[in-house]
Write a new protein. Structure first.
Length: 152
């Protein structure tokens, strides 16, 4: 009986080891060429691939969009009161309404949907600090600098 238990425990340990090895982070195993191809494919979906100036208005904000190892900067002139409205005016964000506000799933055409994209989501910073609110609750001011980062 003890021998069956030991064999079973050994098999369970072996299965766990194989599972952990298979789940190793893909980024660690990708070659530079594979990483470049993945970045390229992701950015093929982008609406803008170069720095762009958009809109008219009393306030000017900059919004950097970073996905993988590439970024693009938007200079947005706007009269919108919050970040979500300033971005939505130019179709730069897409998402779903939730009980917490706008759940952003796409920025500049690039998707980061937690459930569909293996845990990726959009994090937002303002002047280098992580926002503690959503884009709808973020009141914009002239000169503010934001960054949307595709994060896992």
């Amino acid at each position: 009986m003890k021998r069956i238990f030991k064999v079973s425990a050994l098999l369970v340990a072996l299965v766990m080891l194989i599972t952990l090895t298979a789940c190793k982070d893909e980024a660690e195993t990708k070659t530079p060429e594979e990483k470049k191809a993945a970045t390229s494919a992701l950015w093929d979906l982008a609406y803008y691939s170069e720095d762009t100036e958009l809109g008219e208005g009393a306030n000017t904000i900059t919004v950097k969009v970073t996905a993988e190892e590439k970024s693009v900067v938007f200079t947005i002139h706007t009269d919108a009161g919050n970040l979500a409205d300033a971005m939505m005016t130019h179709s730069l964000v897409e998402g779903d309404d939730s009980q917490y506000g706008l759940y952003i799933k796409k920025v500049n055409g690039i998707r980061a949907d937690y459930e569909l994209d293996d845990g990726y989501y959009w994090s937002i910073t303002k002047d280098g600090e992580m926002l503690m609110t959503g884009a709808e609750a973020e009141i914009i001011s002239d000169g503010a600098q934001y960054e949307f980062i595709r994060t896992k």
